[in-house]
Design a protein around this ligand. Sequence first.
Ligand code: HEC
Ligand code: HEC
Ligand code: HEC
Ligand code: HEC
Length: 155
Amino acid sequence: MKKILILIVIIAVLGLVALAGTAGHQVTTTDAFCSSCHAYEKASWDHGVHHAVGCLDCHTGGFVRDKVQGARKMYLVFTGQIDPHHDRLASYPDKTMSNCMSCHMNDEIAQQRPVFMERHSLYLVAAENCIACHEGGHVQQIRDKRYLAVRETGD
Ligand code: HEC
Ligand code: HEC
Ligand code: HEC
Ligand code: HEC
């Protein structure tokens, strides 16, 4: 039974990937789609300073990586291995960082605010990434409530 389910999921995922660039791609890049699995991240984002910035503006590693990662996540959820509403998830703050910089440290800002840029080059010697000092995207306290939720998947 479980094998059949896994097979159905894989076919569905491959279908979605095949649709990339058309309807499937549009559905899987909306904030609402992300929030269906990441309700706590949605709430913590709503209350942060970045509620006008889309999930994928910060969380992208490029089209191909996003799709492969997305298919893997669906597999993990539908086979009950990970409950995204409860479990601790992998975190890649360095991956997010280049997206932070493309908005906050682009050429225009470098020209307009040299002092800000100078101070930050020192900050980044002292700390590994932006979220060592900034909440950047989520109000941490709200996001971390996820760990208190009851685990729903798994058999
Ligand atoms: C079907 C449920 C599901 C959907 C829909 C989903 N995710 Fe996830 N997400 C997961 C799971 C499961 C993990 C943990 C993956 C792992 O441990 O490798 C995860 C991990 C993550 C992570 C942390 C790891 C990383 O890759 O940085 C981020 C960020 C993330 N998801 C963002 C998103 C965004 C943005 C979207 C919408 C484009 C989205 N998710 C849609 C289930 C989902
Ligand atoms: C302004 C940038 C920004 C926006 C917008 C944003 N995030 Fe994040 N998010 C981050 C950062 C930074 C982290 C911590 C580092 C990491 O895991 O990439 C994070 C972490 C996560 C994680 C991993 C949680 C964990 O356990 O560590 C998920 C899942 C996630 N975000 C989903 C979302 C979803 C869904 C949205 C949209 C509703 C969203 N994010 C919007 C910056 C952002
Ligand atoms: C798509 C563009 C975009 C991305 C990506 C982005 N931001 Fe922002 N950021 C904004 C906007 C818009 C604001 C709110 C307007 C403002 O205060 O300038 C903001 C505000 C901020 C502020 C000021 C908050 C305050 O209290 O005034 C900080 C700090 C910040 N972002 C850090 C980050 C970090 C860290 C990341 C990466 C995790 C990130 N941003 C990613 C657009 C972005
Ligand atoms: C070591 C701590 C530290 C790190 C790391 C850090 N910042 Fe900051 N950031 C600060 C402090 C302190 C301020 C307020 C004073 C200032 O501008 O220097 C600030 C201010 C900001 C502001 C608001 C500027 C304004 O006045 O509107 C933005 C946006 C910002 N940082 C983005 C980032 C981004 C993006 C990264 C990662 C590339 C980052 N910061 C890394 C400490 C840090």
